[in-house]
Design a protein around this ligand. Structure first.
Ligand code: SF4
Length: 151
């Protein structure tokens, strides 16, 4: 059975920057959960950041991650990304389902780095690293696509 790395917040864990709890209500996702396929991680919390924490965005010119006040959080984001990769390697995980638009977990969209609520095409720090190692990353918006691959 293929395991899937999943963003902890999608499982209702209180790990988001604003400490908000979200939950993903999806039949396929629930099935995967019941089958024991899901291995969860929050790269930002695993990287040492607190709950709550200041929102951060990726600066497009440098690829670094900053809070609105200009604090460079790139190191913590990289630690979290590397721990997510280690988890994939430990469990031989080839697929990930990560929360869209996050500076760590986004897979198609991220915020533009200007804290202007504007999304652009791009990927988060963890997603980028996982993809460099051949792991296929999806978001909660394309679960059906991942399901097809697993069949
Ligand atoms: S880093 Fe990923 S898992 Fe953690 S709160 Fe953000 S989107 Fe969710």
């Amino acid at each position: 059975m293929e395991k899937i790395l999943v963003s902890a917040c999608l499982l209702g864990e209180r790990v988001r920057y604003n400490a908000e709890v979200i939950s993903l209500s999806d039949e396929i996702f629930n099935e995967w959960h019941q089958e024991g396929r899901l291995v969860s991680i929050c790269p930002e919390v695993t990287g040492g950041l607190s709950i709550p924490r200041a929102p951060a965005e990726i600066e497009q010119s440098s690829g670094k991650v900053f809070t609105k006040d200009g604090d460079d959080k790139t190191d913590a984001f990289m630690i979290g990304a590397n721990k997510a990769l280690l988890l994939c390697q430990r469990y031989n995980i080839k697929y990930a389902l990560l929360k869209e638009s996050s500076p760590s977990c986004g897979s198609k969209l991220i915020y533009d780095g200007h804290f202007a609520e504007k999304k652009i095409s791009g990927q988060g720090i963890t997603t980028k690293l996982l993809r460099e190692y051949g792991i296929k990353v999806f978001s909660e918006k394309n679960i059906a696509e991942l399901e097809k691959l697993l069949k």
